[in-house]
Design a protein around this ligand. Structure first.
Ligand code: AMP
Length: 184
């Protein structure tokens, strides 16, 4: 699942995973879990997350790969918020190639930036996430544009990109995602 912060990736990821009966993971949740347990990785990630920057590739890749290794025999899986850099995408491809289960689809959710900022500010109020303040939101948008959006071309070239308009109600976007996933 690819998309800028606040595009509704998490909501849609949960629905797809349920529909397909596959496990899913959000890299942001893995980091937050490490922080809650106050692990070394959690403490390292915190400094980056608070600024709205990406956690370095090496530790991020290792963390997600461990999850993939633990879940790859469950008939498929869904990754939310990973990969976010070209290096992460290439590592994921290499690993999945080794496992003989190449990535089938990349669902990219597109949104209007102003609407997304409003959505994130609202989420900041509701969930009190430390990285949901206006300055960090702007930084995360920039990071998405600079480091993550090149993946649209990467997966587009790989022929597995499905782009979904993320503006509208949850149900209606869910239907779009389903349609995008069924058209192979
Ligand atoms: P998210 O919950 O997906 O918005 O992620 C929250 C924060 O976790 C991001 O702003 C990053 O600091 C970090 N993070 C999550 N996923 C990644 C990733 N794939 N690569 C690097 N940092 C990540």
């Amino acid at each position: 699942m690819l998309g800028p912060p606040g595009a509704g990736k998490g909501t849609q990821a949960a629905r797809i995973a349920e529909n397909l009966s596959v496990p899913k993971v959000a890299s942001g949740d893995l980091f937050r879990d490490h922080q809650a347990r106050d692990t070394e990785l959690g403490r390292l990630a915190r400094t980056y997350m608070e600024r709205g920057d990406l956690v370095p590739d090496d530790v991020t890749i290792r963390m997600v790969m461990e999850w993939v290794e633990a879940h790859e025999r469950e008939g498929g899986f869904l990754l939310d918020g990973f990969p976010r850099t070209l290096a992460q995408a290439e590592s994921l491809d290499a690993m999945l190639k080794n496992l003989g289960t190449p990535l089938e689809r990349c669902v990219a959710i597109t949104v209007d930036t102003d609407a997304v900022v409003q959505r994130l500010l609202k989420r900041a109020e509701l969930e009190g996430r430390a990285d949901d303040n206006e300055e960090t939101i702007r930084e995360r948008m920039q990071v998405y544009d600079n480091q993550t959006s090149p993946l649209l071309e990467y997966y587009g070239n790989g022929g597995i990109l499905a782009t979904v308009d993320g503006m509208g109600g949850v149900e209606e976007i869910s239907e779009r995602v389903k349609t995008a996933l069924s058209g192979s």
